[in-house]
Design a protein around this ligand. Structure first.
Ligand SMILES: C[S@@+](CC[C@H](N)C(=O)[O-])C[C@H]1O[C@@H](n2cnc3c(N)ncnc32)[C@H](O)[C@@H]1O
Length: 292
């Protein structure tokens, strides 16, 4: 018996396990493909992404979506009126090019082309897209420099290469922590992440100017589906619980504010740690880059 599942087997398996219901829902892994598209289209993440596309490329007509998975973004962008080319190496009808073809048919989209290919081996003309978009995919590159170089090659001069929600690690230990904590890694083993310097260097080498590195808490694009209110509320709940434990444990001593400060600091619950991306395994970043 093989000890790993494929990505498609993993998704089919977690759909049968109630403890993964939240993930299936929030990651758009439902069997009902149009439902995933409809929910993604209305998401705060996609609405915010569209604002960036319009801000940086107001007259864009053509978009390449690299690593489209089950097609949520490729279809959402086509429904927005862009001419979309979707690249996805996985042929499956669950989570790959087959699923995107089904959606193309469902929505009767004449402005969506689908190719089974890896980003590192694009068979597309140079400088042919106003926008190259890739969501939760660049960190899967088998050769990051080549992935980014190819994306840049097919982007028009002064066009936009935008990468959405890529895992970032700070060092090797942080990477191990991320992999241990990823909910699906134990099934399929295909997760990966890079340091920001690796993403940025690949982009600069490929002739892309990094306009913005959007850190985890800097945009809903990264932390969606959680809202900032929920993040802050959860923090306050944890902090209040810690303060009440502290009072029970130390009685009169707990009135010493510096003592309380040290206690909360040790627990990572000082006000300054409210939005601490170090506590998020493989926190996601997005990049806005322009082809020079
Ligand atoms: C986490 S999924 C994201 C799918 C989709 N973009 C989304 O946001 O739902 C990563 C996708 O990247 C694809 N992929 C992995 N390595 C790739 C590569 N080197 N080039 C292009 N796509 C790749 C996988 O097949 C998978 O569909």
């Amino acid at each position: 018996m093989k000890d790993r599942m494929t990505w498609e087997e993993t998704i089919k398996f977690i759909r049968t396990q109630p403890e993964f219901d939240y993930l299936v829902d929030k990651a758009y892994f439902e069997e009902n493909l149009p439902l995933n598209v409809e929910r993604f289209t209305k998401s705060e993440e996609f609405i915010e992404t569209l604002k960036i596309l319009k801000q940086y490329q107001p007259f864009a007509k053509t978009i390449l979506d690299i690593g489209s998975g089950n097609g949520i973004s490729a279809v959402a962008l086509a429904l927005e009126g862009y001419h979309v080319v979707s690249i996805e190496p996985d042929p499956s009808e669950t989570i790959g090019a087959g699923a995107i073809r089904k959606l193309k048919h469902h929505y009767n989209l004449t402005n969506l082309e689908i190719y089974e290919a890896f980003a590192e081996e694009l068979q597309l003309q140079s400088e042919s897209f106003d926008i190259v978009y890739t969501r939760q995919c660049m960190h899967h590159a088998y050769d990051l420099d080549k992935f980014v170089a190819e994306a840049s090659r097919v982007t028009k001069k002064r066009g936009l290469f935008i990468t959405i929600r890529d895992h970032v690690i700070f060092n090797q230990k942080d990477k191990e922590w991320f992999l241990e904590n990823h909910p699906l890694q134990k099934f399929y083993g295909g997760e990966n992440a890079f340091q920001t310097v690796e993403y940025r260097t690949a982009m600069e080498k490929a002739g892309l100017k990094v306009e913005k590195e959007i850190k985890y808490y800097e945009s809903v694009i990264n932390y969606f589906p959680v809202s900032k209110e929920e993040i802050l509320n959860n923090f306050q709940i944890r902090r209040s619980k810690a303060i009440s434990n502290f009072k029970n444990k130390f009685g009169i001593l707990s009135r010493l504010t510096f003592f309380q400060y040290l206690y909360l600091k040790r627990k990572g619950l000082n006000e300054s740690k409210k939005l601490n991306e170090n506590e998020i395994p493989g926190r996601m970043y997005s990049y806005i880059t322009i082809k020079t």
